[in-house]
Design a protein around this ligand. Structure first.
Ligand code: ADP
Ligand code: PAZ
Ligand code: K
Length: 279
């Protein structure tokens, strides 16, 4: 079995993948701040032959995790942000400073779709762009839905946005504090992503397919106007591409990859941008 780990600022996600069939056998998540303890939702290490890790948590968390795993598992791969990988040139002035989850998402997106806009809706919402030739432009970081809500300190943080909510409802004026806050942060997130996408496609003169991942991807997806696909395993896809272990991975097939969305025509993106600025 292969253990894939995606350690974010909020949740440490894991999945067990069968090395022979490439099927995903189980998944789980634990709070990143909490120690792994028996009884928690953690994988059975006895069946694991190799581990692949993407981590943006504090260095100590990664170091402890790697030390624990090295005692139990033969192969441990830790992903790093590099100046170049798999045909993508990292756009950061200091490539190593790009969050490795963003780098994994950008690499997976490029492998699947060629040029793309990769959006990760987690603790932070990140929006990264890779052009069709493989040039990563850099991106945008904004607070995620939960962080925005917590920063308001209005005592509404325990009432999360229902991931099944309809965008039309979330975009209406709220008539209670919880509603006003939820609708406000939702509006902030989806307008930012819509605007960023149109601006960058306009600047670069290319309509890119958009891919969404992260804990809030489903609900954010409902407020995104352009064609896009949700790919919950996008960060894992980067791990598969960087450290291929199964036959399917070596053949370039990424688990759970969605159908690549066809972007709308550039003229439509420009018209939407002009409209949003009332030009
Ligand atoms: N069951 C859940 N438990 C925790 N967070 C959830 C859950 N469902 C959705 N979320 C949202 O997902 C975010 C965490 O998403 P995730 O992509 O795992 O973040 P990170 O990678 O930063 O740890 C939370 O901040 C919250 O807004
Ligand atoms: C921007 C992030 C905090 C997002 O992390 P997440 O929301 O997935 O937990 C992470 O990618 C990170 O720590 N990046 C380093 C800074 C940068 O990418 O510029
Ligand atoms: K994120």
């Amino acid at each position: 079995m292969i253990l894939d780990l995606d350690i974010g600022n909020t949740l440490s996600k894991w999945r067990l993948k069968d090395g022979d069939s490439s099927e995903i056998r189980s998944r789980g998540a634990v709070w990143t701040r909490e120690e792994w303890r028996p009884g928690a939702d953690i994988p059975d290490l006895d069946v694991v032959e190799a581990v692949r890790i993407s981590s943006v948590a504090r260095r100590a968390v990664l170091e402890e995790t790697v030390a624990l795993l090295r005692r139990r598992v033969g192969t441990v791969h830790v992903a790093r942000s590099t100046p170049e990988a798999l045909g993508v040139a990292n756009g950061y002035e200091e490539p190593g400073k790009l969050g490795v989850d963003r780098w994994m998402g950008a690499l997976a997106g490029y492998q699947l779709a060629g040029g793309c806009c990769a959006v990760d809706c987690g603790s932070a919402i990140t929006v990264d762009f890779v052009l069709p030739g493989g040039r990563h432009l850099g991106g945008y970081i904004l607070p995620g839905l939960r962080l925005m809500k917590e920063s308001l300190k209005l005592g509404t943080r325990n009432v999360a946005i229902d991931p099944d909510s309809e965008a039309e409802e979330l975009l209406e004026p709220g008539r209670r504090t919880v509603e006003a806050v939820n609708h406000g942060i939702y509006m902030a997130a989806v307008s930012a992503v819509n605007r960023i996408y149109s601006e960058v496609c306009d600047q670069q003169d290319v309509a890119l397919p958009m891919l969404l991942t992260g804990g809030d991807a489903r609900v954010v997806s409902r407020g995104i106007q352009v064609p896009h696909a949700v790919w919950p395993d996008m960060v894992y896809g980067g791990l598969e591409a960087c450290f291929p272990l199964t036959a399917a991975e070596r053949a370039g097939r990424l688990s759970g990859a969605p159908q690549v969305p066809s972007p709308v025509a550039m003229e439509k993106i420009r018209a939407a941008l002009a409209f949003s600025m009332l030009l």
